[in-house]
Design a protein around this ligand. Sequence first.
Ligand SMILES: N[C@@H](CCC(=O)N[C@@H](CS)C(=O)NCC(=O)O)C(=O)O
Length: 253
Amino acid sequence: MLELYHSGLTTCSKQIRLVLREKGLDYESRYIELWNYENLNKDYLKINEIGVVPTLVHDGVPIRNSFVIAEYIEDVFPEPSLLPSTALMRAKMRLWTWSADDIHLSATAVTYNANLQGMVNELSLEDKLVMLDATPVPDRRARWQKLADGGIDHLELDTALAKIKWGLERFDEALEEGPWVCADEYSLGDIMMLSIVHRTRELAPEIVSEAVCPRVVAWRERMMARPAVEWVYTPGTEETPKRPAGKSISGIK
Ligand SMILES: N[C@@H](CCC(=O)N[C@@H](CS)C(=O)NCC(=O)O)C(=O)O
């Protein structure tokens, strides 16, 4: 049995939901509410020790990290293939599945600043301390600490946006052979990068533009026309709980 711990339309959850959808695989959906830090609950940390989504549990065994999960699914369920047929193209694909994770780290700083600062401000000092104490990975804890202390500074945000733009310019070059990142073979590289491009459009739409990365703009339209992509990226197609009214730490306890 496949169980997917995810949070619906968050960047890394969409990556794995799309791999599963493209493969036509059924799974038990286990929703993790990030809004109240359910991802930091002790039970969840037993299957994902860094406290993030997604986690795939296959016959009781947890696999974490979207980059790793995507390859695992491909290994165990090879049809239809999302792996290019030559070693060189597989190397290219992995450069972009890895780059998606790398660019995502920069996107996270911008997301925290845009969407989560206000929510952290709502927590009491006591709740902030509980949340920081429950965050297991030092650099993630430091980022939450910055929010608790009033915000991520401009230099860090500007650097993160510059890194995302630089990454998408490189991705634009990688699409030269098109229509997909591995020429005519649709692969995990396309799937993992789509959610990064999608998130960038929400955070900094000027980056995903004709002026900066025209091939990425056209590729994104091709991607969105795929039935599996349309299903995964449309809000409400997968049942998700209603978002709680405000940020709280009720999920940790
Ligand atoms: N791709 C990495 C990163 C996962 C990640 O950062 N997930 C975000 C959602 S896209 C998350 O769970 N954030 C919760 C938090 O930062 O507290 C992985 O799969 O381990």
